[in-house]
Write a new protein. Sequence first.
Length: 341
Amino acid sequence: MKAAPNKAQSLKTAHNLFSKHNCGKVQYSADLLTYRKRAKAKFSQTTLLRHLVKLNSDLKEKYVSTQFCSFTLMQSGKTFTTKYCKQRWCTVCNRIRTGKLMRGYTDTIEAMKEPQFLTLTIPNVEAENLRDSIKEMTGKIQKIQDLRRKRKQPLIKAIRKLECTYNPDRNDFHPHFHFIIESKEQAEQLKAAWIERNPESLEYLQDIRPAHNTIELFKYFAKLTSKSSKDTRIFKHGKKSREEWHYPKALDTIFSSIQGLRIIQPMGGIKMVSDEIEEIESVENVESENDETVWMWKKVGTNKDRYTYDWVNIFTGELLTGYEPTEKEYNYQKRIRYLQT
């Protein structure tokens, strides 16, 4: 007969999984909404991470660290402590990072006269040229700003984000910048300066519009799924739809290309907001029946075709969130595709 785990020893072992650095404290949420959202985010990347690890790329250890992001929750009364991987592709960490950036830049954006959402692009590039192209794009923005400074013109006041998408039909990449910028006048000036330095960039793709939904700027730097024209489905009344797929090799190329590069960059005197995830604390008061316990992220369910994951109490087997993916969420995380080469 298998002996029940010794609680004191298990708590000590689990404690050793954590270091003071990179741990976050989160108060227990009354309706578990916070943890259900985190479970959904963690579940959504489960299959993709397995495939990224199998690529054996230079980022393998970092992909493994994401598999173990928020893997163990140590509960002490109403306080949970966990360890985050801090990787930019991690859906769990990005939810935290997005919140930090939004809170940090909200006052700045609200103080802008007429904030505009500006997109600047270049033509798609091959995988081997992606990192150099991104560096060149960043350098051109800096030169535009330096020239304005030299001419004693008002500096472009904006928040810039780097983003990159993948085109499976062409097997190439589309790096581009999004800005929330002080005014339409400055947006027009930056657009003109960009086209002057990038004459191959199509003018109509350099888009300016009022900045209504600023959260989009702070979400992701690379969408984890891509659409192919080969997956187009035409419904009645001519409506078209395309399934989204994960392309691990393409994502690894993007993730490798942005290593060490800044994704969000304020300009023109705007104070930088740190998006580093270290000690994160959320104040949420709640009653919990547990005192000292440990929750581990585990696969739940015996049906190989239909399962989920949740944090499981290692002493009682109790599930923390009861999260159950919808059919759409379940299918989303399974869609993995490799292009034939």
